[in-house]
Design a protein. Structure first.
Length: 342
């Protein structure tokens, strides 16, 4: 295991509610580290509908999902949060001092006095494409995310999908791969137009290949790919590949959090409405992952929950310290933390 990473508050989930938690906790001088299974902040907003407008964020008649994430990142920048991406939290244990030790699926160890679960509907799990026998290659030559570009250097790569992830990695991995072939069932894409235009331009220059169709079969041995069969409009095509990246979207599951000893309600985490604490003191749940009577699954509801959670978290981290309620509009001490007052 790697060296233990210590922080005041460990936030599981870097979606909008998890990001805003950094702000509210930061006002009370609590240091935050966020872990997310995705490769970027923003959660469901950034991954599933970055360009979709949101109309119920106070003060913004309309703002795109990615635009909201960008503003939240700007807002929390003064508190210098730390992020760990492409990781799933696999286990949690209570320490003798009342804090928690959390271990990821890559055996990274975190210790925190407070844990905040802001995981939306749960952890995002990649959807497995309907390709016979794909399980035998997973983790060896078929991957659902890119954790290190260097792991793909010199490989013949087939990337499958038509969204931002597929296009982004097609463009980025082309720089290190021996070859890249993008496969999508049609020539139209859901990705950003600029990325699509760049991909077609690179295809014209023969820097990568684009194949309309679907992967229907894999060839290889001992989990190592040698080729993929692509069913296209003109029949089957065999494409040499040693790595494949399918981007077929994500599903949401509660995942290992279900084994943390928390009380659950229909795969959600019940909390009180005073502190939004779970059945385990020191572990809080905010946003869509939690449940209480009258719960509304709205981002703005999550923002409210975070504000009350932060007060309770401060009492755990700084027991006996008097908490003074202040407004950011009038408190010079809070404004100094935000960098808007000398």
């Amino acid at each position: 295991m790697t060296d233990t990473i210590k922080t005041d508050v460990l936030i599981v989930g870097a979606g909008p509610v998890g990001l805003f938690a950094v702000f509210e906790l930061g006002l009370f001088d609590m240091k935050c580290h966020l872990i997310d299974i995705l490769d970027r902040p923003g959660g469901q907003c950034a991954e599933l509908y970055p360009e979709k407008p949101i109309y119920d964020i106070p003060g913004w008649p309309s703002i795109s999902a990615q635009g909201l994430v960008d503003k939240l990142l700007e807002q929390i920048a003064p508190f210098k949060p730390e992020f760990t991406y492409n990781r799933m939290v696999s286990s949690l244990e209570k320490l003798d001092d009342g804090g928690f030790r959390v271990i990821t699926d890559e055996n990274e160890v975190f210790e925190a006095k407070v844990v905040v679960i802001a995981a939306g509907g749960g952890s995002f799990q990649p959807k497995r494409p309907p390709i016979p026998g794909i399980e035998a290659y997973e983790g060896k030559s078929v991957f659902y995310s890119v954790r290190r570009m260097e792991d793909f250097r010199g490989h013949d790569i087939v990337i499958v999908g038509g969204g931002d992830s597929a296009l982004d990695w097609t463009l980025n991995l082309q720089q290190v791969a021996k070859s890249v072939t993008l496969v999508h069932r049609r020539p139209e894409f859901r990705a950003a137009p600029d990325s699509v235009n760049k991909m077609y331009a690179m295809q014209e220059r023969k820097e990568l290949a684009f194949q309309v169709g679907q992967v229907t079969g894999l060839t290889g041995a001992d989990g190592l790919l040698s080729s993929a069969t692509i069913k296209g409009p003109d029949g089957d095509v065999e494409v040499a590949c040693t790595r494949m990246l399918p981007f077929f979207g994500l599903t949401m599951k509660l995942g290992p959090i279900a084994d943390w000893g928390l009380n659950l309600h229909e795969n959600l985490i019940p909390v009180d409405t005073e502190k939004f604490q779970t059945s385990v003191p020191g572990i809080f749940a905010v946003g869509d992952i939690n449940w209480y009577p009258g719960k509304l699954k709205l981002i703005l509801s999550g923002f409210h929950e975070v504000a009350l959670m932060a007060q309770a978290a401060k009492r755990i981290i700084s027991p006996g310290e008097r908490i003074v309620f202040q407004y950011t509009t009038s408190s010079t001490s809070l404004q100094k933390k935000l960098g808007v007052h000398d």
